[in-house]
Design a protein around this ligand. Structure first.
Ligand code: S3P
Length: 186
């Protein structure tokens, strides 16, 4: 992420904004860019989950399996959905295994689907060791196809990230949120 952002500052959110999409779509980076530029609160759901559990995700998968991780993920999502509105970067599988997660997000807030291809995601993630679900490019290509309908069903809007900078994507999201009356000047 670049540091030469212009600070538009002084905005607030009327409801939580959830970023969904495959690993490497830019959910964390785009929400951080928006937070810095517009003075909004943001949080990465997986980082919050790791802090709460005092364990890294790779260890949670190794110790409790994917099911164990998904239980914690739903609990964290409920927790974040009930707090004061902020930008929330979600894990890539959040809407794909637990239908209730889609309900939690759509009931509480606005859901932005950041779209990316598996090939572009692989280029953006130099080290996939911390992402147990990435495995390899072939698997990632299949997983994206399987997940696509879930992302689309959960999303209020879809934003293409392929070949675009974090700042370009963030600006598109900012104008969507302002048009929707979700991001408001103080
Ligand atoms: C996962 C994506 C990861 C993390 C976990 C599972 C997935 O988050 O939640 O490793 O199933 O796609 P990111 O999308 O932030 O990498």
């Amino acid at each position: 992420m670049t540091n030469d952002v212009s600070h538009a500052g002084g905005f607030y959110l009327t409801k939580p904004v959830f970023f969904i999409g495959f690993m490497g779509a830019g959910k964390t980076s785009v929400s951080q860019q928006l937070a810095v530029t517009y003075g909004l609160a943001s949080i990465d759901a997986d980082e919050y989950l790791e802090l709460r559990e005092d364990r890294i995700i790779a260890d949670i998968f190794a110790e409790d399996g994917e099911e164990g991780f998904r239980d914690i993920e739903t609990d964290v999502l409920r927790d974040l959905a009930s707090r004061s509105p902020r930008l929330i970067g979600c894990g890539g599988g959040v809407v794909t295994k637990r239908p209730e997660n889609t309900t939690i997000m759509r009931d509480a807030g606005f859901v932005v689907y950041l779209k990316v291809s598996a090939d572009e995601a692989a280029r953006r993630i130099p080290n996939t060791d911390s992402r147990p679900m990435f495995k390899n490019l072939d698997t990632a290509r299949k997983t994206i196809v399987e997940r696509q309908p879930f992302y689309e069903k959960a999303a209020h809007v879809e934003v293409e990230t392929e070949g675009r900078t974090i700042r370009e994507v963030a600006e598109e999201v900012a104008s969507i949120l302002q048009n929707e009356g979700i991001m408001v000047k103080e």
